[in-house]
Design a protein around this ligand. Structure first.
Ligand code: BTN
Length: 263
C-alpha cells in the first residue's frame, strides 16, 4: 500500500491544506462529503480523501470512474474572500497546480484543456469539479474536487473512455507513490491559492495560458447539444472562454467541452 490514513495525517499535520483530514476507504463522492462538512462549518483547508468512490461525480452530470487502490480522489474545502462571479478562478488555480506537479513525473507532456482538464499526451489524466455554496451574495465555501488517474492500468478503464483517458503509471511506465504525489499537490495548490488571493488573477491567468496553449487556436465547444466554434481570443476573469466566431461575433462561453480544431 502506498499510503494509509495514518501516514497521510502524519505528513499533512500543520499544513494549510490537510491539517484537518477525513479519510474514507470508500465513500459515495468526496465532493458530497466535503460539501456536508462545509455546511457543518468545517474550516478552510479541511480535506477529504477516499480510497474509492461509488458515486464519483464528473462535470456536466457525468460520472467519474473511481476504483479502489490506485488513484487519487480528494476534495478540499476553501473559504475564499472572492465574489461568486470570479470563484471559478479557483478551478483554474487547481488546474495549474495539478499540471505543474504532474509535469515533474512526465516532463514536457502535460497540458491543460479548458475549462479544467489535465491531459498527458492529449489524454485525460485528471478532472476537477468545483462546487460553490453561497451565503447571501457572498461565497460561503467552495468544494474543490480533484480526481487523478495515478496507477490504474490502461485496460482497467471502462471501454467508453479507454481511448481518451490515461494514468500517470501508463504514461511513465512505472508505479507512482501516491503519498508523495498528494503531498506535493496540496503544497503547490496552497501556494497558487494564496497567490490568487494576495495578488489577483493575472499571474494565474498567465501560467494557465502557458500550460493551455489555446489563444489564437480554432476550437469547437460542445455544451449539451449545442456546438459553437471560433477562434479563442482570451480567458476571462470569471474563467469563461472568449471566442470570435466566423460571423465575427464575440462569445463568452462559461461551460462545455472544448476541442482544438486541426487546420
Ligand atoms: C470532470 O468531469 O472532469 C471532473 C471530475 C472530478 C472527479 C473528482 S474525484 C474527487 C471528487 N469527488 C467527486 O465525486 N468528483 C471529484
Amino acid at each position: 500500500m502506498d499510503w494509509n490514513e495514518e501516514l497521510l495525517k502524519k505528513n499533512l499535520a500543520g499544513k494549510f491544506l490537510g491539517h484537518k483530514l477525513y479519510y474514507y476507504p470508500e465513500t459515495g463522492s468526496t465532493n458530497d462529503e466535503a460539501y456536508r462538512l462545509g455546511l457543518a462549518g468545517a474550516e478552510e483547508g479541511t480535506v477529504v480523501i477516499a480510497g474509492s468512490q461509488t458515486k464519483g461525480k464528473g462535470r456536466l452530470a457525468r460520472s467519474w470512474h473511481s476504483p479502489a487502490g490506485s488513484n487519487i480522489y480528494t476534495s478540499l474545502i476553501l473559504r475564499p474572500h472572492l465574489t461568486p462571479a470570479v470563484a471559478p478562478q479557483i478551478s483554474l488555480v487547481a488546474g495549474v497546480a495539478v499540471a505543474e506537479v504532474l509535469e515533474q513525473y512526465c516532463p514536457g507532456k502535460v497540458e491543460l484543456k479548458w475549462p479544467n482538464d489535465v491531459l498527458i499526451t492529449g489524454k485525460k489524466v485528471c478532472g476537477i469539479l468545483a462546487q460553490m455554496k453561497m451565503s447571501g451574495s457572498a461565497v460561503d465555501f467552495v468544494v474543490l474536487g480533484i480526481g487523478i488517474n495515478v496507477n490504474i492500468g490502461a485496460d482497467q478503464f471502462p471501454e467508453d473512455i479507454r481511448k481518451i483517458a490515461t494514468s500517470l503509471a501508463v504514461s511513465t511506465g512505472r508505479g507512482i507513490f501516491r503519498l508523495e504525489l498528494i503531498i506535493s499537490l496540496y503544497e503547490n495548490l496552497a501556494k497558487w491559492y494564496k497567490k490568487l488571493l494576495q495578488n489577483g488573477f493575472a499571474s494565474i491567468k498567465e501560467r494557465w495560458l502557458s500550460l493551455a496553449p489555446m489563444i489564437g487556436q480554432n476550437v469547437q465547444v460542445m455544451f449539451l447539444d449545442e456546438k459553437v466554434s471560433g477562434r479563442v481570443l482570451d480567458l476571462d476573469e470569471d474563467g469563461s472562454l472568449i471566442i470570435l466566431t466566423a460571423k465575427n461575433e464575440k462569445l463568452k462561453i462559461s461551460a462545455g467541452d472544448a476541442t482544438i480544431l486541426k487546420e
